[in-house]
Design a protein around this ligand. Structure first.
Ligand code: HEM
Length: 451
């Protein structure tokens, strides 16, 4: 990608028609898809009246924004501004961000994650036992609710050690879900509206922030009093020092816990809910997945040793995340004027990056509407910024290794005991929220596997 304005003329980005606006209000995701089709991989400005973000979907352009000139594209503004009131800033705008980030990276690195693999296996087995005890013939379970229970239990120790009860973590989850469904969506789509102008749902959002504070600050205070020796976010944030040897305050520790909770749970739960729709409509893929889990795990208790052999399961999960790109939008704010592939990008504007749209570019992903795990077969090559489920560049997902330990273990544990059958008769459509979520409940009949 040449950024040399001297050797080629610099153009303004094409502006897409404002006719998408009513659709965005009616069915945001469908309208967003239409916007992506119209832009067709080119850098374009989306005309939303007073708000005219750039849309950047092509892998070459993403590499520029997320890696080559990453310092110019900040995690501020759209989405991050409302989120920061809940989780703190996810950028250098917060002086404690480098410490937080280092703690996340250390805690979620391969070796640290492997060190908790046995504990994670036991937690998942216990959570599936609990589900099994509640299964009744003819009564479907809600996949999202059940996956939420499992995922919360899996992450709890990583966040706060044993300093919170199961009901406490469920309460934290409930509050955060309420927060992200109150004024969050309107504030996310209208970042230009100042906080001083109230929007519907603001009061509920503020109450949620207070409720999160009430849950987490006492945990931080207790950890400071009683010692913070563990390998969890609270302990590690308390022990961490920045380059100048300074520690962080309670607010930063609280933000670290809430930030990691939001990043790790919503995404994983959504992926583990959508996958049943993909399995239901592809019997041959379902058969291969079940065969692999049956032959690798058999009658054993699924564990860490099985994971390297669950090759198809991993390909399947990647394709689920390509098709249902749960982290559907990861916007940035432009710090200084820039030129990308001959197109001027102006300081102060918003850049919309959308894995959901990049994964639908036909030049990058042939027949993007076809669900095919073989796209991720070893030897398949593509641009490194073509598969964006976990982002790209230095700020890409720190929990990727964790996810590929947790999700296959949950699937293997569930499928070694049950054959889930989707009850929904109409297609499972995604809806936009901070992550993509199923629009309607995904209902599963869990039929026991006789062994
Ligand atoms: C389906 C599962 C997941 C998906 C699709 C996903 C997606 C993403 C994406 C796209 C980003 C980059 C955001 C950006 O560019 O601004 C990100 C960042 C992050 N994710 Fe994930 N994530 C998943 C699971 C997890 C899990 C399980 C954890 C933790 C256990 C986690 C922790 C993080 C953290 C800490 C960051 C911030 C990294 C940084 O800025 O340095 N994620 N995730």
């Amino acid at each position: 990608m040449s950024l040399d304005a001297g050797t080629r003329s610099v153009r303004e980005a094409k502006t897409l028609s404002i006719s998408h606006l009513p659709g965005l209000l009616r069915n945001p995701l469908r309208a967003f898809e239409a916007i992506g089709r119209e832009a067709d991989g080119e850098i374009a400005r989306v005309n939303l009246g007073p708000f005219r973000p750039y849309l950047i979907t092509h892998p070459e352009h993403l590499q520029h924004v997320l890696r080559d000139n990453v310092v110019n594209y900040r995690r501020e503004g759209m989405m991050w501004k409302p989120l920061s009131r809940l989780t703190g800033e996810g950028s250098d705008a917060d002086p404690s961000w480098p410490v937080k980030r280092k703690v996340f990276q250390t805690l979620l690195s391969g070796p640290s994650t492997m060190a908790i693999a046995d504990e994670m296996t036991a937690t998942i087995a216990e959570a599936i036992d609990d589900l099994a005890a509640r299964v009744r013939p003819g009564r479907p379970v809600d996949a999202f609710a059940e996956m939420t229970r499992v995922v919360y239990r899996t992450i709890i120790r990583v966040l706060v050690g044993d300093r919170i009860s199961l009901s406490g973590i469920d309460e934290l989850g409930r509050v955060l879900v309420t927060a992200t469904t109150s004024s969050f969506r309107s504030r996310m789509l209208m970042p230009f509206v100042p906080l001083s102008i109230p929007l519907p749902g603001d009061r509920a959002f503020n109450r949620c922030v207070e409720a999160v504070d009430d849950l987490i600050f006492p945990i931080v205070a207790k950890a400071r009093r009683e010692g913070a020796e563990g390998r969890d976010v609270v302990s590690m944030m308390i022990r961490a020092r920045d380059d100048a040897g300074r520690g962080v305050d309670d607010q930063a520790v609280r933000d670290g816990v809430v930030g990691l909770f939001v990043a790790s749970t919503d995404t994983t739960v959504s992926a583990l809910s959508f996958l049943w729709a993909a399995l239901d409509s592809h019997p041959e893929i379902r058969a291969r997945l079940y065969d692999e889990i049956d032959s690798v795990v058999g009658t054993d208790a699924p564990g860490f040793d099985h994971l390297p052999k669950l090759v198809y399961t991993k390909k399947f999960l990647h394709e689920v995340l390509r098709m249902y790109s749960v982290a559907w939008i990861t916007p940035r704010t432009v710090a200084a004027d820039d030129v990308i592939d001959g197109i001027r990008v102006r300081a102060g504007s918003t850049v919309i990056i959308s894995p959901f749209l990049t994964h639908r570019l036909p030049d990058v992903w042939p027949e993007p509407g076809v669900f095919d795990p073989e796209r991720f077969a070893p030897g398949e090559t593509r641009h490194r910024f073509a598969y964006m489920a976990f982002g790209g560049g230095p700020n890409q997902c720190a929990g990727r290794v964790f996810f590929f330990l947790e999700a296959p273990l949950i699937l293997a544990t569930l499928l070694s005991r049950f054959r889930p059958v989707l009850q929904n008769t109409s297609p499972v459509e995604p809806r936009v929220d901070i992550t993509l979520k199923p629009r309607e409940p995904v209902l599963l009949h869990l039929r026991r596997v006789e062994r």
